[in-house]
Design a protein around this ligand. Sequence first.
Ligand SMILES: *Cc1c(COP(=O)(O)O)cnc(C)c1O
Length: 385
Amino acid sequence: MVTTPIYLDYQATTPMDERVLDAMMPYLTSKFGNPHSSTHRFGWEAEAALDIAREQVAEVIGADAGEIYFTSGATEANNLALKGIMDVWGRKKPHLVTVVTEHKCVLEAAKAVERAGYRVTYLPVRPNGLIDLDQLAEAVTDETALVSVMAVNNEIGVIQPMADIGAICRAKGALFHTDAAQGFGKITLDVNAMNIDLMSISGHKIYGPKGVGALYKRSGRQTALTPQMSGGGQEGGIRSGTQAPALVAGLGAAASICKAEMAQEKDRLAHIMNRFKSKLFKELPSLLVNGDEEMRWAGNLNLSFPGLDGDLLLANIRSLAVSSGAACASAVSGPSYVLQAIGRTEALSKSALRIGIGRFTGDDEIDFAAETLISAVREMGGLKS
Ligand SMILES: *Cc1c(COP(=O)(O)O)cnc(C)c1O
């Protein structure tokens, strides 16, 4: 028997891996020093924890440890990248390019960039959720300081073509930032092969703790940015405030586990997701997958249930902890802007469910979830085709 509710919301957050907690414990107890205290051992051991974690995070993406700056999460890293870069480079190059399906924190930071007087282009996406590279190439000009495109979408799981985007940015002399909260540690990301200049990372999407993340920033004068926090000059002056060694050690451990287990985890998730999908589609052939069927992260499945109301469906599957197309990205209800951007009608957007699986999802759980969904849909009168 499975224990309910079954957690199927891995894009919202992931449970922490116990190995991560083990790595954190010393810094919550005996090794409590302030990494900024350079005059004694308590400070040194806390600083050593940061050094190790910086290396662990860097290794996942082919970066140098000195290019990793710890933050409170991906939200802060995104704000730092967009506002910080535009503040330094906007007078020379007053243009930012991003995409309509970005996470709210990128879109809101882009709005702040507009309020600061710069120009922002919000690229549309194709019906499969991917950007059109020709459209990107057209949008990026010699006035473009920064292009920000997420790696993996948090609602529909699609993977944007990082290497192609990076090549376009490099050719046009624009910096390339990616919000990789959902991609880091899950898909192969190489900052050099993909010409990524800045990358945002979140601890709690990779089985680490909440409240910590990082910004990768390529070394060199061309990525100079304005810090968004005034203070003691920690993190190379990029992000003031006493670092949290326990959280940072957790982020580092989580990153290193992801790196070691990436290939096998991806295969396992693809396998159980396929099994889930075939069970569902056999019984409910008029289900619609939102987002590209190939270029996607195997741990995500976003489905529209034609003819059904998502909130009502949710109410009928209380044993499954999933999120609906109405409330995925924000506290504000209403049809998802991501689903609207891929051309789904309001009704289809409102009928959507996001199913997210991950490291601790079992085969029995995925079977139970498929059966639960199928019988709930039947009880509600079935799908319209
Ligand atoms: C979760 C998430 C964020 C926010 O990350 P926090 O660490 O919670 O601030 C940003 N972007 C994407 C794509 C996310 O999935």
